[in-house]
Design a protein around this ligand. Structure first.
Ligand code: F6R
Length: 597
């Protein structure tokens, strides 16, 4: 959600800032801006629209500066336009600021600053920061930022530049920021993908920390002025992992990566007849699990509930993080709180984690070194590599694979026995997924039939009800077609009113004890003229008769079935959206990593 890049070094800053912005564009793409210090003056360029608009403007300039800051915006306060785009200035245009997060008390600060004669020109919550720094600036930028942030309520990741000093100042509270450390250069970024091209050595800023960067190096302090001792860490992934590798979109690349990413999630974790996880809770002492997450990660949490209860016999509750944090949840010392997050930076999930101090906490996280990953007591990394497509795909399947491992681990800890059959089957799931990906052309052809649909229903039962929710979410996110997921049997309690000859209904219909019941639900849809797309592992005459389109998936145990059933749904969403000419990697209004409430 919004992206920040900063640079101070010996090279020309503009191309570095621009390439960083391009890498961060998946986080916000409604406007962008850059500010460099050249010949003692700040020069700023801003453009509404994607980064390429800003790039075209910068092509016309001949900038030669070695220091600057830049931002790509996902609008929260005020329309996406040039005035609201970052960087924002103080009155004298001597201080420029880029900001991620939300300043909750900005209205009050605006009034205060206006009374003191400051002229605020944008509708944003961010501009007040530049004016506050101006108010406190007496020749020391770091000190002025320290004074200014004392007055801010809400969240911020900031990068600040001033005309008067060859320095950058970065500060963070609730919105991620890192420093990238090169031999003769230092970067600021809200996400490592912006700078991985230049360095894999990073320093994570913690909440309530400030970093000052100059030609002499960098210094990190707490916002109350004490020196901090943040270590330099090495990022393990490479630039290739954030390139499209010949695929038209990141989303498609990431869907196709899933056999590999699931294998990575499992690697070394089922070994010598045991599940190996570096978690530090005693499963025998846990009496209840609470899982909290948002969006797609919440869907994997729902699957997790099913797995933990069925495999490990562990009572499990699932909550939206945004609800959990405000509803005074009862969390006892013997509970285990699991937070699931691809980015490890989602504001609501982080806040839910911080609400809960008394019990063991476990993170299921993709982004290594992210805030949630650092704040949980123990964790399981997905090892899926950076997920760039805004719609989450490979992270979802790796989350589900990790939850299966966790359920197997808890069962083993409690009973002393590994479920050998299920863990063996889990290890070959990547091959099964490959067989579905091999049918991509067929799935694409089927998808062409509903590119103009207005509504779809997704129905599944049991462990595949959350898969129906996830399938519907994927479609609406990237294609803007309205879609709802329901437990199949719930359909007759209301949604059935929607069924007519224009309604496409996706059924997840797998072998097992409720197969016949789902077939009955299919009959109910057909009887009302609904058009059925079946995702099935069964060759069955009734399913064939009732369905207009059938996508066959490999037959696996029920516990593993979400991993196969979701693949055609992801592909369908992708093909429908791209047939409609939508840039699936940057669907409207969305941003990767929701770091605001
Ligand atoms: C959906 C999607 C979002 C995220 C949600 C949580 O495709 O990407 O719904 O799943 O914003 O994000 P993380 O997992 O980063 O906490």
């Amino acid at each position: 959600m919004c992206g920040i890049v900063g640079y101070l070094g010996k090279k020309s800053a503009t191309p570095i800032l621009l390439s960083g912005l391009k890498r961060l564009e998946y986080r916000g793409y409604d406007s962008a801006g850059i500010c460099v210090l050249e010949n003692g003056a700040l020069k700023t360029f801003k453009k509404e629209g994607p980064i390429k608009m800003l790039a075209a403007e910068l092509d016309k300039q001949s900038l030669n500066s070695q220091i600057g800051i830049a931002h790509t915006r996902w609008a929260t306060h005020g329309q996406p336009n040039e005035t609201n785009a970052h960087p924002h200035y103080d009155c004298q245009h001597k201080i420029a600021v880029v900001h991620n997060g939300i300043i909750e008390n900005f209205e009050g600060l605006k009034i205060l600053l206006a009374k003191e004669g400051h002229k605020i020109v944008s509708e944003t919550d961010s501009e007040v920061i530049a004016h506050l720094i101006e108010k406190f600036y007496h020749g020391d930028l770091e000190q002025a930022v320290l004074e200014a942030v004392k007055l801010l309520e809400g969240t911020f990741g900031l990068a600040v530049i001033s005309e008067s000093e060859k320095k950058l100042v970065a500060a963070r509270r609730g919105s991620p920021l890192i420093l990238g450390i090169g031999p003769d250069e230092i970067f600021i970024a809200s996400d490592a993908s912006a700078i991985i091209e230049y360095t894999n050595q990073v320093v994570y800023l913690e909440d309530n920390e400030i970093a000052t960067i100059s030609e002499q190096g960098y210094e990190v302090k707490s916002l109350d002025g004490h020196n901090a001792n943040n270590q330099v860490t090495e990022i393990k992934w490479t630039i290739d992992e954030i390139e499209k590798s010949g695929f038209e979109h990141f989303m498609l690349k990431e869907i196709f990566e899933q056999p590999k990413t699931i294998a990575n999630a499992l690697r070394g974790r089922i070994k010598d007849g045991k599940i190996k996880l570096s978690v530090n809770f005693d499963a025998k002492k846990i009496d209840k699990i609470i899982i909290t997450a948002c969006g797609t990660s919440w869907h994997s949490a729902l699957i997790g509930k099913y797995l933990l209860e069925k495999i490990a016999g562990m009572p499990t509750e699932v909550d939206y993080a945004s609800e959990f944090r405000y509803r005074h949840p009862i969390v006892r010392d013997n509970n285990l709180l699991i937070v699931i997050s691809q980015s490890g930076e989602t504001a609501d999930t982080l806040a839910a984690l911080r609400e809960t101090k008394n019990c063991q906490t476990l993170g299921i996280i993709n982004s290594v070194g992210s805030t949630i990953a650092r704040e949980v007591k123990s964790g399981i990394y997905l090892h899926a590599g950076p997920e760039i497509g805004v719609a989450s795909t490979k992270a979802f399947t790796s989350q589900v694979a990790s939850l299966i491992l966790l359920a197997l681990y808890i069962k083993e800890q409690i009973s002393g026995e590994l479920d050998q059959a299920l863990s063996d089957e889990l290890l070959i799931i990547p091959e099964k997924i490959q067989t579905i990906l091999d049918q991509a052309e067929n799935i694409k052809a089927i998808s062409q039939n509903f590119v103009s649909a207005k509504n779809l229903l997704y129905l599944g039962r049991g462990i595949n009800f959350p898969v129906a929710l996830e399938g519907a979410l994927k479609l609406k996110e990237v294609s803007y077609i309205h879609a709802e997921g329901y437990p199949a049997a719930e359909m007759k309690h209301g949604p059935i009113a929607l069924i007519d000859k224009n309604m496409f209904v996706v059924f997840i219909v797998n072998h097992g004890p409720i197969f016949e019941k789902i077939v009955s639900n299919m009959q109910e849809v057909r009887a009302r003229g609904g058009r059925i797309i079946a995702i099935t592992d069964v060759k069955d005459a009734a399913v064939e008769k009732l369905s207009e389109f059938i996508i066959t998936v490999p037959s696996v145990s029920e516990e593993l079935s979400p991993l196969v059933n979701i693949i055609p749904l992801q592909l369908m969403s992708y093909y429908v959206a791209s047939a409609n000419g939508i840039n699936v990697d940057k669907p409207r209004n969305l941003a990767k990593s929701v770091t605001v409430e």
